[in-house]
Ligand binder design. Structure first.
Ligand code: TXE
Length: 497
């Protein structure tokens, strides 16, 4: 079946009905300007389907719907009913997990195995925040006998949310879950490269029975719909995940418009530090997963591996074998570990960095070329013999490209680890608990993993130091981004003056 607002799509594993409209005020609609754009399958470089594009006028309509819901239906919904709706949504995400995973593999290129993990984590995240909805409380503060003082944690209002393409459904869940649990309404813009899973999830929002206007999902481009969200006078808060330069733009637009509250989750160049006393098999596995998971398209990717001199040569030799053995191929093939990069633009950016590294004199230990002839595939690439000033060491590549560097002492590891403008994540591999704790304390990063990598959990906060961002997502900390504190002081004694 095909209409202008939905199309039947066949994936290698199943057929399903894909909504293609903008989801505004509880319904799928066309954009005011009736524009569409195509989303492309990164495996074969062919268009999958055209979706409706939101322009500024659609953002205005979605914000008006979100405002109305915030002031009426959603305000009157009890916290436990908000929790129940989120739990129902989590159930539906789980019910349709196979469809959602197939959409992610098709639209983003991630392997079906990891797409299933993403869907499970997305449902888990929504369920987790459903649990929080009726547990958001303030304090009573004993100031003196003449006053009753208490605080309320109130919803902020209409939240604009702008998400990237690397974890399309999970980023949707990270943003929608805490916002809605705390009583806000949202207008969320997906990345232009990967609009499909969030539109499918919007259909589940409808089925779960959320009042119209509470969750609005729009597809569109950053410079148009994204910019309209950042500068909107009736959006109270904006949450952004994406590149550091665009994060700055969002912050500027918020400052120039209505000083909406801003949280930013930006890039990284995270160090993965391996000490001489580490379990080398374990460290190699996590170093491999740290960079090549999701094809290197993780803001927290362990893109700089720092290895202590005593095991450096052995590590490099074994890491070469491990990286070369990663299976690159069609995301729908069994055993595929690494699929294509998300888009032609990202493919070209990454190949540009690889060329840059070669020209700067770094040694290619593994990979360094395109994989195959069709699709945005890149060989897992490992550089050695790098220097600190090289672009491939300083800048986020966001692809399957890693630099291995040698260090001597713990102090060196900390110094090199902290020597970029980013501070999102880091890891320490050692069998000495004192080293683990000392080094974790010194690393300027929002998350430090010890003897593992990339193991995020929706119950634990995530976010960046330095230019990696502002604020924390996930866990109870995320609720702080979506509530504001009101102090009420009631005089319970006679008049003072
Ligand atoms: O990001 P953009 P791109 C990094 C990574 C990658 C680079 C570029 O290094 O190579 O960014 O990726 C919306 N106003 N990360 O170009 O442009 C856009 O539509 C408002 C790290 O895809 O930042 C999309 O929804 N919004 C990262 C979102 O911003 C704008 C994840 C991200 O796009 C906008 C992705 C504007 N002017 C990329 N311009 C992470 N932290 O996980 C774009 N957007």
């Amino acid at each position: 079946m095909s209409s202008s607002l939905s199309t039947t799509i066949s994936t290698p594993t199943l057929k399903y009905e894909q909504p293609t409209g903008l989801f505004i005020n509880g319904e799928f609609v066309k954009g005011v300007e009736n524009k569409t754009f195509e989303t492309v399958n990164p495996h074969d470089e062919k268009p999958i389907v055209a979706v409706h594009e939101a322009t500024e006028k659609d953002v205005d309509i979605a914000v008006a719907a979100a405002r109305k819901a915030f002031e009426t239906s959603w305000k009157q919904t009890t916290p436990s009913d908000r929790g129940r709706l989120l739990t129902k949504l989590a159930d539906l995400l789980e019910r349709d997990a196979d469809i959602l995973a197939a959409i992610e593999s098709l639209d983003n290129g991630k392997s079906l195995f990891f797409a299933k993990v993403d869907v499970a984590n997305s449902a888990g995240c929504i369920r987790y925040y459903g649990g929080w909805a009726d547990k958001i409380t303030g304090q009573t503060i004993d100031t003196d006998p003449d006053n009753l003082t208490y605080t309320k944690h109130e919803a902020i209002g209409v939240c604009g949310q702008i998400i990237p393409w690397n974890f399309p459904l999970m980023m949707w869940a990270w943003k929608v879950g805490p916002a809605v649990a705390a009583g806000n309404t949202v207008v969320i813009k997906t990345a232009e490269q990967t609009p499909l899973s969030a539109l499918y999830a919007a259909k589940l929002v409808q089925e779960a029975g959320f009042p119209p206007g509470v969750i609005n999902v729009i597809s569109g481009f950053g410079r148009v719909a994204g910019a309209a969200i950042s500068a909107h006078m009736d959006i109270d808060k904006v949450a952004f995940t994406g590149s550091t330069p665009v994060g700055r733009t969002v912050l500027q637009a918020a400052a120039k418009s209505n000083l909406k509250k801003v949280t930013l989750e930006l890039g990284g160049k995270s160090p993965n530090i391996v000490f001489d006393d580490a379990d080398i098999d374990n460290a190699i596995s996590w170093a491999n997963f740290g960079i090549f998971f999701n094809h290197g398209q993780c803001c927290c990717a362990g893109s700089r591996i720092l290895v202590q001199e005593g095991i450096h040569d052995k590590f490099v030799q074994r890491f070469k074998e491990r990286a070369s053995a990663n299976k690159v191929g069609n995301p729908f093939d069994k055993d595929t570990f690494q699929g294509p990069q998300v888009s032609k633009l990202q493919f070209e950016r990454i190949m540009g960095y690889i060329d840059e590294g070669k020209k700067a004199g770094a040694k290619v230990l593994v990979g360094g070329e395109r994989h195959g002839e069709q699709g945005y595939y890149i060989q897992p690439t490992v550089f050695t013999d790098v220097t600190q000033d090289m672009k491939i060491v300083q800048e986020e590549i966001f692809g399957p490209v890693v630099c291995v560097q040698k260090f001597k002492t713990e102090e060196d590891a900390i110094k090199i680890g902290n020597s970029t403008t980013y501070g999102l994540a880091a890891a320490v591999h050692t069998s000495n608990v004192n080293t683990a704790i000392r080094v974790s304390n010194e690393l300027r990063a929002g998350t430090v993993w010890v003897n593992n990598y990339n193991m995020l959990h929706y119950q634990a906060p995530f976010g960046g130091y330095k230019e990696s961002g502002l604020g924390r997502e996930l866990g109870s900390y995320a609720l702080e981004n979506y509530t504001q504190v009101k102090t009420v002081r009631i005089r319970i004694a006679d008049a003072l003056f």
